[in-house]
Write a protein that binds this ligand. Structure first.
Ligand SMILES: Cc1cc2nc3c(=O)[nH]c(=O)nc-3n(C[C@H](O)[C@H](O)[C@H](O)COP(=O)(O)OP(=O)(O)OC[C@H]3O[C@@H](n4cnc5c(N)ncnc54)[C@H](O)[C@@H]3O)c2cc1C
Length: 392
């Protein structure tokens, strides 16, 4: 009988982050198996919008990760098939009044020092970029590095390109450890997959996967709704959002927050996302969330007021209380690595995360300082947790 070789690494999770980890790990010469209890992109990746944004990130470790990812997504777009729908369309952040514009200016100054391209657009030039924008805005900033992919396709194409062995429809129920405590693989209902390294890329369920190895990682769900309109001619050219979106992203508040990000898609529908609220895994449709999104989108683009919404969908972002993902080796359990907790930016941050994980697995020099993403760090307190969040 032929001998079945164990992989070098088992990755838990076939979302975009697990897929990027698989891609860069195999590129580094490792053999990889990816296990998911559902299909590829069946978790939050299938509910994401696919914005690859630097514009909404203040100077700091997350922006550094986003800038590296921006470069990597551009490289990947040259090799992945067109279904990935990579579009370097750029972002436009608009300010309703002078104080908001002033705040954007200060924000952009910090970003520029970190390597972001940001150009101020005076009020009378906004229509050159977006002819259907509402009149009366004070001005805005153009971010040419912002881009877009189709998230589920991106995950599937990265996995296919990685050549990793895929085990779908198999839940990891245990992380196996040797007598010294080191990882030696995972167990599913169908098999034991032995490997000296396991990567926790379980997204919003990353805390539960960590628990299987006996460590604490406080990943919580942060719900978001997205509206999808009927197909339209290309009336929105960039990713367009109002300045208050940046504050929403940075906030850890459990309460409902919404500030619309509006963008056209190659297929025609306009995507309007996304709300943020910490209500556990509550799947109830929130008409208040949808109403707010629709009103904000129509305020930015009045032409949208008369457009039909075809559907709305929701997902649960993997939220860590300090808003940074957990990436890298876990010193508490030899062989255990984490790549989860990317909240609302996991599509954008996936390639740089994959590269960091591959470097940690092989002992190569990391592409940037991994210290801010240490999985054993003190995450600080989360905002008060609503009672529903106890249920999953
Ligand atoms: C409404 C909304 C809009 C968003 N928009 C954007 C955006 O525009 N840009 C952006 O960058 N990000 C966006 N995000 C965030 C982004 O979708 C996530 O950060 C990203 O998808 C996380 O990817 P992941 O691979 O870590 O997790 P997931 O895609 O959730 O993958 C984790 C996988 O692990 C599997 N799994 C979990 N536990 C186990 C187990 N025990 N055994 C086996 N498998 C297991 C799950 O089945 C799942 O498939 C958005 C999110 C939402 C909700």
């Amino acid at each position: 009988m032929p001998k079945r070789h164990s992989p070098d690494v088992v990755i838990i999770g076939a979302g975009v982050v697990g897929a990027a980890c698989a891609y860069y790990a195999t590129r580094s010469g490792l053999t990889v198996a990816v296990v998911d209890r559902g299909p590829v992109a069946g978790g939050t990746t299938g509910a994401g919008e696919g914005n690859l944004l630097v514009s909404d990130k203040e100077a700091g470790p997350e922006l550094d990760l986003a800038l590296l990812s921006t470069r990597l997504w551009r490289e990947l777009s040259a090799t992945l098939p067109p279904e990935t729908e990579y579009e370097p369309k750029g972002g436009l952040v608009v300010a309703p009044d002078e104080p908001a514009l002033k705040a954007l200016r200060t924000f952009a100054e910090g970003q520029r020092a970190a390597g972001v391209d940001a150009a101020e657009i005076p009020a009378d030039r906004l229509a050159d970029l977006e002819p259907h924008l509402a009149p009366g805005l004070a001005g805005g900033f153009h971010y040419p590095q912002d881009a877009q992919v189709q998230p589920a396709q991106a995950a599937a194409r990265l996995l296919a390109a990685s050549g990793a062995a895929l085990h779908l429809g198999e839940e990891v129920t245990a992380i196996l450890r040797d007598p010294a405590g080191a990882v030696r693989g995972v167990r599913t209902a169908r098999r034991e997959l032995l490997a000296p390294a396991v990567v926790n890329a379980a997204g919003t369920w990353g805390g539960e996967a960590a628990r299987l190895a006996g460590v604490h990682l406080p990943v919580l769900p942060r719900r978001g709704f997205v509206l999808v309109t009927e197909p339209l001619p290309r009336i929105v050219r960039h990713k367009v959002y109002a300045a208050d979106y940046i504050a929403d992203v940075a906030s850890g508040s459990a309460a409902l927050q919404s500030s619309a990000v509006v963008e056209g898609t190659p297929g025609g529908p306009v995507l309007i996302g996304a709300t943020r609220e910490r209500v556990g895994f509550d799947r109830t449709l929130s008409t208040e969330a949808l109403r707010r999104l629709a009103a904000q989108a129509a305020a930015l683009f009045p032409v949208l007021a008369d457009v039909q919404v075809l559907r709305a969908y929701h997902g649960f972002r993997p939220y860590l209380p300090d808003h940074l993902p957990a990436i890298g080796a876990d010193p508490r359990v030899p062989g255990l690595h984490h790549a989860c907790g990317h909240e609302g930016a996991g599509i954008g941050l996936a390639p740089a995360t994959g590269l960091l994980v591959a470097a940690a697995l092989t002992g190569a020099a990391p592409p940037l300082d991994p210290a801010p993403f240490r999985p054993e760090r003190d995450f600080g307190p989360a905002d008060p947790i609503p009672p529903q969040e106890q249920q999953s």
